[in-house]
Design a protein around this ligand. Structure first.
Ligand code: AHR
Length: 324
């Protein structure tokens, strides 16, 4: 059988178990080809993430085959199969949801194409189905939102229950599951902080607005706080709150996640209290990782991005520095 460069490089990346680690560092004659399946274009964050990946590929001289899954797992499965058929050097993807990946990732492994996860994790029965995962710690992001809220409530909320409504991200996605978990973990220490309503807004502005309108219409419980799993849903909800004749960030405190420019503008305008940063600029690290994996270098199994928390009082000063 003729052994191609891609073949040997991928074998090396799949690990010492195959007895080929290190054999890959030769004949890097052709540009590297990465097949990347993106979740979609559901948020400002996602647009920044796609741009970062496309720009970094160009910079690194890597051929990028980019597929937009329009928030559908079936489209991602199709894209991954097409990358396998095209025999790309590396497959990278940001999974829409956590589960249901075993079959297609096994197909990639059988084709000896290494897989890199970016942004979101998967739940698979066999950990060797992907090489590495680069992205945020979503549980910690949820905790950061929770910690801000506990502190805010101690200083600002009147005695008695503090009613929270929650706009969840895409059902079954890692950020929605993990952010909820981290947030609830912190809330457990303050029993008067209660989530009274929780529904998915699918990480989009339109859905965030629609679900917030429904929360506001219910009128059975006063809403003190909104926790949105991303800034886009918070921005949609801000519109709903204003249309209901209320003042966002004053009548209803709002905590969200991402740290996109739109959130900084909302904070500077006094309409959002805080955003927990989730860094989408993963492109340069992804390109380096792909090169390392193909060169047979050992890479960390998990690479976590560093992130901060930004409150309204620093928004105007920080706005000009924001890269997304
Ligand atoms: O996976 C990251 C999340 O997905 C971001 O918080 C959100 O804006 C995006 O759509």
């Amino acid at each position: 059988m003729k052994t191609t460069r891609r073949h040997l490089l991928a074998l090396a990346a799949l690990g010492p178990g195959l007895g080929l680690a290190g054999t890959a560092a030769f004949a890097a004659d052709k540009p590297l080809v990465i097949g990347f399946s993106q979740v979609g274009a559901e948020s400002e964050w996602r647009t920044a993430n796609s741009n970062s990946i496309k720009d970094a590929a160009k910079q690194a001289g890597i051929t990028l085959k980019f597929a937009d899954a329009q928030q559908k797992q079936e489209n991602q499965v199709k894209a991954i199969r097409s990358f396998i058929a095209q025999r790309v050097d590396v497959i990278a993807f940001s999974p829409v949801v956590e589960s249901g990946w075993d079959t297609v990732l096994r197909e990639a492994k059988n084709a000896r194409i290494p897989v890199i996860l970016t942004d979101r994790a998967v739940k698979v029965s066999d950990p060797s189905l992907y090489v590495t995962f680069i992205g945020s710690d979503f549980v910690e992001e949820g905790r950061k939102a929770g910690r801000w809220l506990v502190d805010w409530a101690r200083k600002n909320a009147p005695a008695g229950d503090v009613n929270i409504v929650e706009l969840q991200g895409t059902v079954g996605s890692a950020p929605a599951l993990d952010r909820k978990r981290g947030f609830e973990e912190i809330l457990a220490s303050e029993p008067r902080l209660k989530i009274v309503r929780s529904q998915s807004g699918d990480f989009t502005r339109a859905k965030g607005k629609e679900v917030m309108e429904a929360f506001l219409k219910a009128k059975d419980k006063k809403i003190h706080v909104l926790f949105a799993h991303n800034d886009d849903m918070a921005i949609g909800a801000i519109q709903a709150i204003e249309e209901a004749g209320l003042k966002p960030a004053k009548d209803i405190a709002i905590v969200s996640i991402d740290g996109v420019r739109g959130a900084f503008q909302a904070m500077a305008a006094g309409k959002l209290n805080v955003t927990v940063e989730c860094n989408p600029m993963l492109g340069p690290q992804l390109m380096q990782l792909a090169k390392d994996v193909v060169a047979g270098k050992s890479v960390a199994r998990r690479i976590t991005t560093e992130e901060g928390v930004f409150t309204a009082d620093v928004a105007a000063k920080e706005l000009p520095n924001r890269k997304y």
